[in-house]
Design a protein around this ligand. Structure first.
Ligand SMILES: [Zn+2]
Length: 312
């Protein structure tokens, strides 16, 4: 955490949530996670995911201060004040094993955004490849902090080959992702499944045509395999740098009904596009601390008229 965010977090603490989330046009709360686990997950380099205990506490805090809604209710958009919709990115198997049973127990709806390239453990996200390699190098006593992009996929694969790591074997042994059957089970239980691009590239490294291909192909896969009542897409990493032209094409081609970014609590000028709040951040211990800070800085930004999401 930076000094500034520590200060904001400190300043936000005494205010009750009811006060921080007050105000006209305050955006609907859309917290998102990747996984919940009590073990040291192989992908732990990527984000500080919560333990089961913390996740349950986060949910209790959310349920005390906000009312959960489904993706359908979010799209209808009527009276979203003090409502929240939860989501999970990347389609990791903990979503099915750990998260869904807790959500069912507490009666909380949620959406799961998946990359078709990785469903059924057919392949693995390049940042997760880097995480797996980091873990192996660190075990060997070599300091390694690989944070490779999509453009470095070949060199990551080369590195793996050099140390005798076969991704197919890794995927078979670890099964980090959910299968299509598990996604169907989640859907039968009332959860929503959306797309998160075909294979999770950094969109800012792609031209507009390829960005659209990523949206189009992943949405087509979700519709063909799961046919959800709401066709939802969550941009991988961020929607920052995605142009108005791309948003226009998504709308004109009717690729999805609703789209999501990750800019935190922000008002969004685009219709049916919403900003979500990343809940896994270094040094943050609870949803209470994180959301108080998030809303406090949102209220500060409102004063300075900087509370509206920008993409360039
Ligand atoms: Zn993701």
């Amino acid at each position: 955490m930076s000094v500034l965010s520590k200060l904001i977090s400190f300043a936000a603490t005494p205010f009750p949530m009811s006060m921080l989330r007050a105000g006209k046009d305050i955006p609907v709360l859309l917290p998102f996670y990747h996984l919940v686990s009590d073990r040291k997950h192989p992908f732990h380099f990527n984000y500080e995911y919560p333990s089961v205990k913390r996740f349950k506490e986060d949910l209790d805090f959310l349920l005390k201060n906000f009312e959960p809604i489904s993706l359908e209710e979010l799209l209808k958009g009527r009276d979203l004040k003090n409502k929240f919709h939860l989501s999970f990115d990347d389609g990791l198997r903990e979503c099915h094993e750990v998260v869904a049973p807790i959500l069912k127990e507490k009666g909380v709806p949620a959406s799961f955004f998946v990359n078709p390239a990785f469903v059924d453990n057919s392949d693995i996200f390049h940042r997760y490849k880097a995480a797996v390699l980091n873990a192996i190098f660190q075990k060997q006593g070599v300091q390694s902090e690989l944070q490779r992009t999509y453009a470095d996929l070949l060199s990551l694969d080369q590195m793996a080959e050099d140390i005798g790591l076969n991704w197919d074997e890794y995927l078979e042994k670890e099964s980090p992702y959910m299968s299509l059957d598990q996604l169907k089970e989640l859907q039968e239980d009332g959860f929503s499944i959306g797309a998160h691009s075909w294979d999770h590239p950094e969109f800012w490294l792609l031209d507009e045509e390829r960005q659209l291909d990523e949206v189009r192909e992943s949405m087509e896969w979700v519709v063909a395999n799961l046919n959800p009542s709401v066709r939802a897409f969550a941009f991988p990493f961020t929607d920052f740098g995605v142009s108005d032209e791309v948003f226009n094409s998504i709308e004109q081609e009717r690729l999805c009904d609703i789209t999501f970014g990750t800019a935190g609590v922000k008002n969004e000028p685009l219709a049916n596009h919403f900003q979500r709040v990343p809940m896994e951040r270094g040094g943050v211990k609870s949803a209470r601390q994180l959301l108080k800070t998030e809303y406090f800085s949102y209220q500060l930004k409102r004063i300075m008229n900087r509370h509206i999401a920008k993409r360039a």
